[in-house]
Design a protein around this ligand. Structure first.
Ligand code: NAD
Length: 456
């Protein structure tokens, strides 16, 4: 498989991929190795993750450059991802022992009865991952899965293969056996071959379309399935905000990572009374973003990682134009060899347009005027997705009232495009099922076993 730099189309590596036979062999080796890994004291498994953290710190710049070369993420944002990874690792290092220890839920001395819950590893799990934040979405799964005593067959996205191989190498150097964390290399076929193995759980991050296929396969097997899928995340800007500061914050939420975040701001509703001022400040902010070579320190908008996405963006712009939208900025690919698209801002948009309904996953955004909170809430909920939603206002009570009515896994007041390791990360509707992060996201890789113990 050729690994291409999405910014300039250059081939940066040629890697061997897994076929059905090698995937089956990797599965068998992981199955054989898992019991010994699970039998180790948790402290030992946690120590391997602490060493992995040290390796990440030591190699940060090399890892950031690889990520930028293969994904097209601006170099500063690659470094940010690695810094963010450290915070996640710190959370898992601090919380795993507590989250996974046995819980006594009843001690009845008179009846000589004890009830207890233990957290058993699932066994061998498949982790099929996305490319847009490979360190984040990967570590959310494989770190707690390993700490809980599972073996992990890890299929990085074909667009983040070199990063996936770095992760495997660093984990192995840190003491995780090669048969306990096993990279499976390739595209959709390699993922499909992995799913043909009798794994005990499937943890997937990617699009709704692929997630639905995976759910159908796993559903028949009665194994644990978690799906972290896409979003069409809304922001509502009330009339009482500081317009300039809010426009800057929301623009960052829409364009950071070149708009290729699962929780990117994908649609904006602004109270009609400040709409014109907000749009002016927003466009001025986006005009200041430097779109360019991701290796350049000044670049803020980098490459579109997957070439087919350029057509999705072009179609969304054309559809919006046809239905009456005005494109105030951008609207077309940037000339050059690689996958590039201008930062694009559309107004006079509505929900008949694909731009306001389908995940864009690129540097384009629609801004719609609304008459008040009820209309905003109705529009925010008018979606197949439900990953995150945000409201900007000075009024805390108003914010909480609005956010209580919004159907999404995460809600934000005066912030957006944000993930915390301490909070569960989940979606509703087509944004997925299950969760990662928080103590629930540590226990997610275990099966609670119920112990009823009566003394003789
Ligand atoms: P994708 O669905 O194209 O691919 C995801 C993974 O699935 C890749 O590793 C791919 O090789 C594999 N795959 C493809 N077909 C398969 C099959 N038939 N069987 C098994 N595996 C198969 O998604 P992507 O382009 O890598 O990621 C972008 C999407 O991921 C966006 O929709 C984004 O919103 C979403 N995402 C969600 C989260 C979240 O936390 N909710 C985080 C990051 C990305």
């Amino acid at each position: 498989m050729k690994i291409l730099n999405p910014w300039n189309g250059a081939t940066i590596a040629d890697v061997a991929t897994d076929g059905a036979r090698s995937v089956a062999a990797k599965y068998r080796a992981a199955r054989a190795a898992q019991p010994r890994w699970a039998a180790m004291p948790i402290r030992k498994r946690i120590e391997t993750i602490a060493r992995f953290r040290e390796r990440i710190v030591a190699l940060e710049e090399t890892l950031a450059r690889t990520l930028t070369h293969e994904v097209g993420k601006p170099i500063r944002q690659s470094r940010n991802e690695l810094k963010g990874l450290l915070a996640r690792l710190d959370f898992f290092l601090a919380e795993s022992t507590r989250a996974l220890r046995d819980e006594k839920v009843l001690v009845d001395h008179a009846g000589r009865l004890e009830e207890r819950i233990s957290h058993e590893p699932l066994g061998v799990v498949a982790n099929i991952s996305a490319w847009n934040y490979p360190y984040f979405v990967g570590s959310n799964v494989f770190v707690p899965a390993l700490v809980a005593g599972n073996a992990v067959l890890y299929k990085p996205s074909e667009y983040a293969t070199l990063t996936g191989l770095h992760i495997a190498e660093l984990l192995h150097e840190s003491g995780v056996p090669a048969d306990v964390f096993v990279p499976v290399i390739g595209g959709g076929e390699a993922g499909a071959a992995l799913l043909r193995q009798p794994v005990d759980g499937v943890f997937f991050t990617g699009s709704y379309a692929t997630g639905a296929k995976i759910a159908a396969i796993a559903g028949r097997r009665m194994i644990k399935v978690q799906l972290e899928l896409g979003g069409k995340d809304p922001v509502y800007v009330c009339e009482d905000v500081d317009v300039k500061a809010t426009a800057a914050a929301v623009a960052d939420g829409a364009f950071y990572n070149t708009g290729q975040s699962c929780c990117s701001v994908e649609r904006i509703y602004v109270h009609r009374s400040i709409h014109r001022a907000f749009v002016g400040a927003f466009v001025a902010e986006v005009k200041g973003y430097r779109a360019g070579d991701p290796m350049d320190e000044a670049t803020y908008v980098g490459a579109i990682t997957r070439r087919p996405q350029i057509d999705v963006l072009k179609r969304q712009v054309a559809d919006a134009r046809k239905k009456g939208a005005s494109i105030l900025l951008g609207g077309k690919p940037i000339a050059g060899k690689g996958n590039r698209f201008e930062p694009t801002v559309a107004v006079d948009v509505d929900h008949t347009m694909a731009l306001m309904r389908d995940e864009s996953f690129g540097p384009i955004i629609g801004i719609q005027a609304v008459g008040g909170d009820d209309e905003a809430v109705a529009l925010m909920n008018d979606t197949e997705y439900g990953l995150t939603a945000a409201v900007y206002t000075h009024d805390e009570r108003r914010a909480k009232k609005i956010l209580a009515q919004v159907n999404a896994g995460s809600v934000y007041w005066n912030c957006c495009d944000r993930v915390s390791p301490r909070l569960p990360w989940s979606g509703v509707k087509h944004s997925g099922i299950g969760l990662t992060l928080s103590t629930y996201g540590i226990q997610a890789f275990t099966r609670p076993k119920a112990w009823h113990l009566r003394g003789a």
